[in-house]
Design a protein around this ligand. Structure first.
Ligand SMILES: Nc1ncnc2c1ncn2[C@@H]1O[C@H](COP(=O)(O)OP(=O)(O)OP(=O)(O)O)[C@@H](O)[C@H]1O
Length: 121
């Protein structure tokens, strides 16, 4: 079978990644909540006509939370697949992974507060 070109391989990788992102949004409750929050702050961004720098920080914050949340979901699924039984090591792994989500979420919330508190008050 002829080897597929670099371009075809890259296009396939993009297709799989888009499928993964859609699966994540369709199946994971936590991601749905994060997506809704992302849409709300995006609407606020348009309403308050935030600056380019504020848009960049807001987009990075949203992408960081969704990205880390996605990786956390993948780690949880992989852990459940590798060890469905109770195992302290799996508990540690899942706690650390959830902790990473919490850290970026707190940072994103602080970014949001720094942008919007002055606009509301
Ligand atoms: N197999 C296991 N062995 C030991 N502890 C586990 C195991 N599975 C889950 N835990 C503990 O329960 C916590 C919650 O795990 P769970 O897989 O339900 O994640 P979750 O955060 O509820 O996921 P979701 O994003 O689906 O709501 C983990 O952080 C961990 O402390």
């Amino acid at each position: 079978m002829p080897k597929e070109s670099f371009l075809v391989n890259r296009l396939k990788a993009v297709r799989y990644a888009v499928r993964g992102a859609l699966l994540l949004i369709r199946t994971e409750a936590s991601i749905k909540v994060q997506v809704v929050l992302g849409l709300i702050v995006t609407a606020l961004g348009f309403y308050f006509e935030i600056s380019n720098t504020e848009w960049i920080l807001q987009i990075l914050a949203i992408a960081l939370v969704l990205g880390v949340e996605g990786l956390n979901t993948a780690i949880e699924k992989l852990a459940d697949f590798c060890q469905p039984e109770f195992d302290e090591r799996i508990g540690f792994l899942k706690d650390v992974s959830a902790g990473a989500v919490m850290l970026v979420s707190v940072a994103a919330a602080v970014v949001g507060l720094i942008i919007y508190i002055p606009k509301f008050f």
